[in-house]
Design a protein around this ligand. Structure first.
Ligand code: TYM
Length: 331
C-alpha cells in the first residue's frame, strides 16, 4: 500500500474549504492507503497562539477529523508535537534548504504582508517542517487543497537534495492528491479569493455552524446588481456562489439557477436561500457528531495516544535510517 500523509493547522474550526480541499479525500483514502493524518500544532506556533487557544483548537480539529468519518482503526491520527522525530528531521532538512528559495515561497510572502510585526524564522522555514511531516513517513501521496501545491514542490526539492547529498534514493517523491483530478480551491463568501479563516468568520462556513448562522452568512454573501444581457460571463463573486453550489447542491439546482442567470431572470435571494439550505443538509450530520464527540474527552485522549504510538513507530524507523545516512553512527 502507498503511504499518505496530510495535516491541518489548529488555528480555528474547520470550514468547507478544509473539508472539500482535504478532509473528504482523507476519508476516502483511508481504506486504500496506509494513512497518517495529523494536527499540525507545531506549524501553528508561527502565529503565536495563546496556550488556551492552541489547546482548544487541537481538540477541535481532532473532534472534527473523527466527526467527518476518519476512522482511528483504519488510519493513524496524531498530534504533530507528540512525534518529536518530526522536529529532528526538520533540523536536518533545514541544513540544505536555502534562504533564497524559502524567501521566494508564496506563503512566506503572504505572511510578511499579513503579520509584518512577527516575521520569525519559523515562518521562513515552514516548508522544511512540512517536508519533514511528509518525508518522516516516506509518503508518496498528500491530499491537500490547491494552496499547498508549492509546498509539495519544495518537499520534493528537499527530499531529492537529501538523496543526492547522501548518494541514496532514500526519500520517494510525494505529490499533491485529490480524487477530483484537479486540486480544489473553495471560494469564500466575500466575493473574492479562497475560503480562509484569516479573512474573518463572515467569509467562512464552518462544519460546526448552526442553521441560523449559515442562513445569515450566506444571505450576506457578496453579489452584484445582476446580469444585463443573456448568457453573460459571470463575475467572480457570482461564479463563487455557483462554485459553492457545485459542492453542496444537486445538478438540477445548479442548472436551474444557471438557466435563470442566462435568461437574465435570476433572483440572487432565491439562489442564496437554496444554497444555505443545501449547506445545512450537508453539515447537519457532521455538526451533530462534533457536538457529541466534544463531550468525550476520554475517547479523544485514547485516540491521540494510540495515534502517537503508531506514528512514532514509523517516524523512529525513518530517523534511525536518516541518522545513519548522515553519518551519525555508533563507534
Ligand atoms: P491549512 O491548515 O491552512 O489547511 C488545511 C487543508 O485545507 C486546505 N484548504 C483548502 N482547500 C480548498 N479550498 C480552500 N478554500 C481551502 N482552505 C484550506 C489546505 O489546502 C490544506 O490541505 N501547511 C498546511 C498544513 C500542513 C500539511 C503538512 C499538509 C502541515 N504539514 C503536511 C500536508 C502535509 C496548512 O497550512 O494547511
Amino acid at each position: 500500500k502507498e503511504t499518505v500523509v496530510s495535516g491541518i493547522r489548529p488555528t480555528g474550526k474547520l470550514h468547507l474549504g478544509n473539508y472539500f480541499g482535504a478532509v473528504t479525500n482523507f476519508v476516502k483514502m483511508q481504506y486504500d492507503y496506509n494513512c497518517y493524518f495529523f494536527i499540525a500544532d507545531l506549524h501553528s506556533l508561527t502565529t503565536h497562539p495563546t496556550p488556551q487557544d492552541l489547546h482548544g483548537y487541537v481538540k477541535h480539529v481532532l473532534v472534527e477529523y473523527l466527526a467527518c468519518g476518519i476512522d482511528p482503526e483504519e488510519t493513524t491520527i496524531y498530534i504533530q508535537s507528540d512525534v518529536p522525530e518530526v522536529a529532528e528531521l526538520y533540523l536536518y532538512l533545514n541544513m540544505n534548504a536555502y534562504m533564497g528559495e524559502l524567501e521566494r515561497s508564496t506563503s512566506f510572502k503572504d505572511k510578511i504582508r499579513s503579520q509584518p510585526d512577527n516575521v520569525n524564522a519559523g515562518l521562513l522555514t515552514y516548508p522544511s517542517l512540512m517536508a519533514a511531516d511528509i518525508l518522516i513517513h516516506k509518503a508518496t501521496k498528500v491530499p491537500v487543497g490547491k494552496d499547498q501545491e508549492q509546498h509539495l514542490e519544495m518537499t520534493r526539492t528537499f527530499g531529492n537534495r537529501f538523496n543526492r547529498l547522501y548518494n541514496s534514493d532514500y526519500f520517494p517523491e510525494p505529490f499533491a492528491f485529490n480524487y477530483a483530478q484537479n486540486l480544489v480551491k473553495v471560494p469564500g463568501l466575500e466575493g473574492k479569493g479562497k475560503m480562509s479563516k484569516s479573512d474573518g468568520d463572515g467569509n467562512c462556513i464552518y462544519l460546526s455552524d448552526s442553521p441560523e448562522i449559515i442562513r445569515k452568512k450566506v444571505s450576506r454573501a457578496v453579489t452584484d446588481s445582476g446580469p444585463t444581457a443573456e448568457n453573460q460571463a459571470k463575475p467572480e463573486a457570482i461564479q463563487n456562489l455557483f462554485d459553492l453550489m457545485s459542492i453542496v447542491s444537486s445538478a438540477d439546482t445548479i442548472s436551474h439557477f444557471d438557466e435563470q442567470y442566462n435568461k437574465v431572470a435570476i433572483r440572487y435571494g432565491d439562489l442564496k436561500k437554496q444554497l444555505a439550505e443545501d449547506m445545512i443538509v450537508f453539515n447537519t450530520p457532521i455538526r451533530e457528531k462534533i457536538e457529541e464527540l466534544s463531550k468525550d474527552d476520554n475517547y479523544l485522549r485514547q485516540v491521540a495516544k494510540h495515534g502517537a504510538l503508531k506514528a512514532r513507530e514509523s517516524a523512529q524507523r525513518t530517523i534511525k535510517e536518516v541518522r545513519s545516512l548522515i553519518g551519525f553512527k555508533p563507534f
